[in-house]
Design a protein around this ligand. Sequence first.
Ligand code: BGP
Length: 505
Amino acid sequence: MKELQKTPFPESFLWGSASAAYQIEGAWDKDGKSPSIWDQYVRIPGTTYKGTNGDVAVDHYHRWEEDIDLMAEMGLKTYRFSIAWTRIFPNNMDEVNQKGLDFYQGIIDKCVAKGIVPMVTIYHWDLPQYLQDQYLGWEDRRIVADFKKYAETLFKAFGDKVKHWITLNEQNIFTGLGYQLAVHPPKYKNEDKIFYQVNHHAFLAHAEAVLSFADIVENGHIGASFAYTPSYATDARPLNAIAKQDYDDLRSYWWMDVYAYGRYPKAAFKHLEDNGLAPVVEEGDLDLFKKAAQIVDFMGINYYQTAMVEFADKNWVSGEGTMNTTGKKGTSTVTGTPGLFKNPQNPFLSTTDWDWTIDAEGIRYALRDINSRYDLPVVISENGLGAFDKFEDGKIHDQYRISFLQDHLLAVKQAMDEGVDVWAYCTWSFTDLLSWLNGYQKRYGFVYVDQHEEVENPSLNRSKKDSFYWYQEAIATKGMSLYQGNGAVNKISELEVLKASSKEA
Ligand code: BGP
């Protein structure tokens, strides 16, 4: 609707970067910490790329001060990180581990001292294994009370200094990959009925935490981080438009509608009821959702890519839905749901080495969609490019990452010019870290970490990539540097392409 204005980002804009406990900390059994479901899962042969695990990760547990010093040197305005439940309540839900609280207190205090706003994710997938063993974790409603207790403990301990809270990271991903695709714990295949019930419990846990937050934390903000993959219908055939609606309801609005409105999308719920897959909803559940929705004051999104949607006939055979975890381009296969939709590759977009589409305009689409549908401010809690990085002349010249982030940031700015209230933009990630299924070779950071699959005793040393200095300059100039040089010149929006082609015609 509006062309990009070459004006600064707002003063209050939180230029950030993100991480998650399991992917950076290491020290998996130190200072009282107990195993999480990930500590156990990675030990099953064949589950992760070359058997990588987070036992050491990038050793943030011992190097957090150095890492935060680097963030301060960069000028970062916010740092999003998660807390490991297994450090706080390692053995049961009755005894708090003071050493766990102390570790995170150190991080929070140092961030605050350096002028970096701490943004805390309460749950980024590392459920205590003992809760999985006791009652199957998210499958049982008992998880709701336990999550509430864990969240309350964090609000009480850190709520004076932490004002930005994220309840759950990518509920859609940890449940989808855990209960349908069998590539995350607990490794269930196509358990759709359980998948929806697990999600219902996760919504309840989120809602309870939100209500507790309102009682405990003063002047704070809370929301969930949803992995939003917006969709485009493959063409103008009405059947494909309906397939897109089904995809949007079942893959996106199922979560975002609950967070923002406290209700499930109607057509999707009906579809699940008709197929015997709808979750058991007890009396009071929807009231709780609604109360929480009134408190949630932003939509958190992790944006990486878009999907294309085409109708899939009920006889369509989806195959195994193989994921590319090796970085060998073209090894993932088309996924979908027979009778509803499938997601072929978009011919207008290029892809990363892990077959994720690269679509900067998609983040603008996502932001505008959220603005229209929910009228909530947005925290972009993750966005980034997973790539192979190589040293040349002793440096990492990651121009590909700079271009990716620059194009996305300009698209974010354009959405802001179009009226979307974006509070924060967190890149994934600050340092390199463990990619859950893809090992250490899929790198995302501004800071290279000497950690690898199959290298014994790597130094774990940190070195700044070119993108570090690029983001530093973007932050210092409030985004004005983005309008010079490569990214801004290269950015050709769909609109410009259309305009150019209509002139030619
Ligand atoms: C998100 C997760 C992150 C991170 C990122 C990149 O889904 O919230 O934890 O891992 O994706 O994904 P990957 O590591 O699979 O490339």
